[in-house]
Each structure stands twice: as C-alpha cells, then as structure tokens.
Design a protein around this ligand. Sequence first.
Ligand SMILES: *Cc1c(COP(=O)(O)O)cnc(C)c1O
Length: 448
Amino acid sequence: MSEVKKEELKFDTLKVRGGYDSSKHNHSVSVPIYETAAFDLGSTDRAKRLFSFSEPGFIYTRLSNPTVEVLEQRVAALDGASGAIALSSGMAAITYTLLNLAEDGGRILTTPYLYGGTLDGFKKLYPKFGIDIDKFHDFNNPEAISKEIKPDTKAIFIESISNPNTSVSDIETIAKVAHEHDIPLVVDNTFATPYLLNPIKYGADIVIYSATKALNGHGNVIAGLILESGKFNWGNGKFNQFLEPYYTLRDNNDDARNFLEVFPDFPFTTRIRLNYLNYFGSALSPFDAYLALLGIETLSERVKKQIENTEKIINYLKNSTKVSWIKYPTLENNPYKKLADKYLPKGAGSIFTFGFKGTDSQIDKFINSLKIFSYHTNVGDSRSLIVNSPKTTHSELTPEEKQLSNILPNTIRLSIGLEDAEDLIHDLNQAFEKAFESEKIESKDIIK
Ligand SMILES: *Cc1c(COP(=O)(O)O)cnc(C)c1O
C-alpha cells in the first residue's frame, strides 16, 4: 500500500498507517528499524543534490532517519500538522522550540502551571541564554494575558492539560491574543495526546510532546516531538532568524536563501533540524522511534480504557474519608469543567491529583503499602503509578513557588494504566487501611 493521504483518513487509520509507504521499504509491513549512523551518498552528483537540499534523502542519522521520519510524519498526520521533528526527549523539544523562537534574546510568556522540569529550566537556565520568562496566573483571561505581552515577547507557552493539577487551557482564546500581538502559541500537549486534543485545530502554532508519556504509553522510551501548523507568518518582522540568508540553503546560482523561501510549509521544524538538531544533537534513536510507533498503534484503545479506569477510581476516591479533594477536569465541581467539555469531549486523560487527608508519615505509609501501583515519575504508562508530586516531580520548586503553582503539600498524583480497575481500587483501599491502621493521629498534623 502506498503512502496514505493525511486528509482523507480518520485518526484510528492514521495511527497505524500514517506516514508510511511500504513500497519504499521492501514492502515491509512493520516499519523497519534503520539502525545506521549514515547513508550511502551514491555518487558525487547525488551528494551535491543532497547537500543542497534539492533532492530529499538521508545523509546522517543525527539529522534524519527513515524510521524516525515515519514517527514524525505519523504524529503530524494525527495532529493535522504541516511538519514535525522527533527528538530524544520532551525536554529537548521544549528547549529547541524556545531557542528557535528567542535565540537572539527576548521573553517567553507562560503560566506557573507546568511540568516541574520545565518550570525549573525556565528559572535556572533560560535567563542565562538571554531569554526571560514571564508568568501569568489568570491564564484563560484574554485581557490579563494581553497586558503581560511586552515588545520583546516571542511566544506564549502553555500546557493544554497542566502537570500535575490538570488545569485546562483555553487554547482558542490564548491563540487569538497571541496572534493579535504577532507571536505564536506553543502548546505542550503531552497529557492530552493527539487522541484527546488537536491544539492546531484551535489556533496553536507549535505543538510539543513528551512522547515518553501517553503517546508511546509503555514506559520504555524517552522521546519528544515538535509539530508546526504551517500557518504562522514568520516573516512578520519579529522573527528575523527565518529571513536570515544561509549559504547552506543556496540556489543554483550559489545565492544564499532563507528558511522561509526554501521550506515555506514547515520552516520552523526544518530550522530546528538544520540548526539545533544538527549542532546541539539530541537525535532520537531509530530503535526508540520504532518503539514509539508501536505504542502509537494502540493510542486510542489505551487512552480510552485508561479514562474508563480513571473514572472508576475517581468514583471510589470521591467516597473516601481519606481524600480531601480531587482535581480532574471533567468533575462537576472542577473550575475547568466547561473548558474540558469544549476541548476534551473524549475525556480528560488518565492523570489526576487528590489531597491526602492525613499526616506526612501516613502519606509515606500509604505509598509504601501499595502493591500494584508503582511509585515512579512517569505518566501515561500502561502501568498505574503514583507519586507524591511536591517531593518528587515538582520537588525543585521552593515552598513559595509550589504555592504559586497551586501544588499543595498533600498532593498525590495518580496516572492510571491498563490493569483491571477493581484490582487497582483494592490496592488503594488496602494501602489506605495500612496508612490509618494503628497510629494515633494528632489533628494538628493533618495536612489540609
Ligand atoms: C515529562 C514531561 C516533559 C518532559 O519530557 P521528557 O520526555 O521526560 O524529557 C515535558 N512536559 C510535560 C508536560 C511532561 O509531563
């Protein structure tokens, strides 16, 4: 079967077939793993064409690789993107995106509701590279966002569903404000995956994934992706890097050209490929790309069941006297319920937080008593897992920053997998019983 046209097919077909033409790969049904560092240039004439980008092809796996390219094209198809690049981690995807936007200095506007590593990198490293980070709390309020945009703000960066507390971003509203100011909206869509939400549909210009999480979904790969909509006008005067002439992009007369001229449909990800991936590294290995592709084949089925399991577990926790609150967007009393109805009609994913009504040592005892849930820092894994976010995934944050990010000291984050929901509920139940077994509790020690 030849390469499938992205526009014509539905999500579930694309997730197993998108971006792949078996006739170009010895009719191999499964995507082959091209475990090679380099590719034969063939002849000096062909080398000339390859190095001048007049003929598409593979040169060296740091830049591109056929297995990795199928992953890029498949996820681009799932999200309706014009271009994509895969990298060796979600963090590399975030870093390269923001450097590609603000490499000559400037500001990125974001919220305090982000993955701990992202928040900490923003604080510790970005200012040293001349990129200052501004944060706004009232992040779904267009007037409030507008006020925070300065002349040198280069982009707005948000998570569609935030880590760990699952706040939902009003992507359409935020994209509109960004575009009024001629800047792009970057959405980290890791928690939602393309199955639950396609940010480009709502105006996002760049979409980022940690494919490590639910996209791959098997907890066996570290990988990241950057996608672009192909709609943002990089020639609007704010992003001179796209208009800069490069000798490497020269035409037949040896005249230097810029990224917008040579790659008008996907200048953003190509510029990352030819500059950042080329010179900073962080290439995804073909084997890891293969594993991610395998994972994506069952994305809908996994996420669907994980949401069903999540809802059952939330129902159990709702009735527990040991739980003081639950944050999950589709719950009736959740402040993001309306946005969840709009952006997440298939459900809000398999990750949520709850407040443990007990002491610090009871939280420890609870976690240490679990037999099925594993205690590890990942999400979207096919195995259910638990973390005490304030002490693990968000431990980098100072107490003040945690307060700002609304991460309460008794926060427990669950990511629900594919096990039997009843087994998971029994596991939580027996761990609660152990945690509250014999210990005499002083009410002053209970974390509210
Ligand atoms: C895990 C995560 C990242 C970082 O991705 P890695 O693949 O671990 O580098 C970025 N954003 C979000 C929302 C995440 O959960």
